[in-house]
Ligand binder design. Sequence first.
Ligand code: GDD
Length: 322
Amino acid sequence: VKVLITGICGFAGSHLAEHCAAAGDQVAGIALPGEIPPFTPSLAITVVEGDLMREATAGFIRDWRPEVIYHLAGLASVGRSWQDYERTLTVNALGLLRLAAVGREAGRPVILTVGSGEVYGRVPEEEQPVGENRPCRPINPYALSKLWQEDAAHYLVRSEGYPLVITRPFNHTGPRQRRGFVVPDFASQIAEIEAGRREPLIWVGNLEARRDFLDVRDVAAAYRLLALDGTRGVPYNIASGHWWSIQRILDTLLGLARVTIRVEVDRARRRPADVPLLSGDASRLRFDTGWEPRVPLEETLARVLDHWRGVVAAGGEEQCGA
Ligand code: GDD
């Protein structure tokens, strides 16, 4: 399959590029100027620099004529979205409409949109894991932007029958995810402490929240299966159906640490509003595509910590985006 990935140098985008290339797809992608591709060098993946909204990128998409566009470019941080709400809403919601305008001139490839389990907002524990038919009630600007993106997707389907695959991934993590998300926030601090770059004290936010985590490679696999076999215009949860408290994630990472570390709550890491529990029912995805998550979270957490040990040992910060 000939595919185009927006946000190809981002966290999920880079893993999806590797997954598609390994499956034999021809892969090209768009990255922000200055982003360094983190792919394994042997894989043939074309990266074009540019801003999605610019004519130069549109020209490339028209020439490349992908069969599928995975639209992963966007702002992914819930925590930052209060400060940056205008950009979050613009990039995440309007970005899709602009991409569809290019797609229209490039043979109307399928566009897969990346929404979020955050769109559901607060859901009582007895009604979790959440199914797709549950009403969406966002409680932060990021979740609102993803709901607006979905509205734009439904509008495109209704108004012109544009072929769109709509996804709602829940939390996912892995190597290359940037600081600003809970697992890299914790793992990067532990790696710095182990290397003697900080005192043995880890700063944390709300440990009571519970989330449904997948390994990013399982999410990449779900995107590809949905692009090929998913029903157009219908939302799909991508989730494990299980949840972990953030406390348990912290304890697991601290259990892997090579030194003893104290824990302190940093009030700045707490949010104006935080969904207490979020877990998704992915029966629709499983039924339509045969998808199953493969990687246990313990293994993913160990990989993220090792990744940050490597970053710290190399003396650098990640180049790759979120
Ligand atoms: N980032 C961060 N840093 N979060 C922390 C910290 C910390 O030091 N300490 C506790 N938390 C808590 C947050 O308050 C939240 O309850 C939980 O850890 C997870 O936070 P994030 O990793 O920032 O992710 P998120 O759940 O807000 O959003 C993620 O999942 C969504 C899907 O469910 C992101 O990946 C979104 O892009 C994604 O759509």
